[in-house]
Ligand binder design. Structure first.
Ligand code: CU
Length: 169
């Protein structure tokens, strides 16, 4: 701000107006986080479960059971609702010990061979800031079950049947 006022002064524009003290919006500071979430009273994510052939392609070139998105940012103390739309006729979970456990309803096989998606709604309020690992605890992604195998963060392949949740303070 000081630079701008100086420039205006040099140009003789007379635009020097007293500026209110700005909040420290340095990324990661509590005041920056609080100002980003000012007035936010609810958080919402829509998540899709994609079975086998619908899912993303893994490093083996095959499609795999996928929960997408799989990485989330939440604000502590603000209620969050996950709406999970499951296109698979099998159940899955998003299990994050110490934070949440969403048991995902399976889709329903229809007479014409299609699958009516299962819908699950799950609301909770994150109470503790930190980084949480989630993974699916229901055996899935047959026949290889690759999506359930360990990746760099532990059980489940991140981006498929696992991921991280960051809860901001
Ligand atoms: Cu699963």
């Amino acid at each position: 701000m000081k630079t701008i006022l100086t420039a205006c002064g040099l140009l003789g524009l007379g635009l020097a107006v007293a500026q209110p003290a700005l909040a420290d919006n340095t990324p990661g500071t509590q005041s920056a986080i609080d100002s980003a979430f000012a007035g936010v009273t609810a958080q919402h994510y829509t998540v899709y479960v994609l079975p086998g052939g619908m899912g993303f392609v893994g490093p083996d070139g095959q499609h795999h059971d996928t929960i997408s998105p799989s990485f989330f940012v939440l604000k502590k103390g603000v209620p969050v609702t996950f709406t999970v739309i499951n296109f698979d006729d099998g159940g899955h979970s998003m299990t994050a010990p110490g934070l949440m456990n969403i048991m995902i309803n399976p889709g329903t096989d229809e007479a014409d061979g299609s699958i009516k998606p299962g819908i699950t709604t799950y609301t909770f309020t994150p109470e503790k800031a930190g980084e949480y690992k989630w993974h699916c605890i229901i055996k899935c992604d047959g026949p290889s079950h690759w999506s359930m195998s360990n990746s760099f963060n532990g059980p489940g392949q991140d981006g498929y049947m696992a991921g991280l949740i960051k809860v901001l303070p």
